[in-house]
Ligand binder design. Structure first.
Ligand SMILES: [Zn+2]
Length: 125
């Protein structure tokens, strides 16, 4: 599993085996994460406020999503500003939890290095 599929599947950045988020998805607590990795025991919240930095990744994702959707609607489809923004609000509402989860996964993948020996350990056990 490469780093991109690990982020996309919300896997542990260290072993790429354990899940970052508690399954199944819960609308009451959509960002509910495990305390530690079930495979390698990597902590997923090493300090209070750890995921504050993920907010900046989420901001970037949201801004580029808005620019892409509004730009496509106005320049290619020749929609009005109101129509384009109505659609972008709808798209951002649907994508909110996805963007928040991917941002957290990207943030912890930037901080924690992949350990190939840990990933292989589980396959032989
Ligand atoms: Zn792990």
């Amino acid at each position: 599993m490469n780093v991109f599929s690990s982020i996309w599947n919300y896997k542990c950045p260290r072993c790429r085996k354990g899940d970052l988020f508690v399954a199944p998805f819960d609308f009451k607590n959509p960002l509910n994460m495990h305390e530690n990795c079930s495979h390698c025991n990597q902590s997923f919240s090493p300090e209070p406020g750890y995921y504050f930095g993920a907010m900046f990744i989420s901001y970037g994702w949201t801004v580029w999503t808005i620019l892409a959707v509004v730009g496509f609607c106005m320049l290619v489809l020749d929609w009005s500003v109101e129509g384009a923004f109505a659609l972008v609000i709808f798209v951002c509402t649907i994508c909110y939890f996805f963007i928040a989860r991917v941002s957290r996964a990207m943030y912890i993948h930037m901080d924690v290095r992949y350990d190939k020996s840990l990933a292989e350990k589980g396959e032989t056990d």
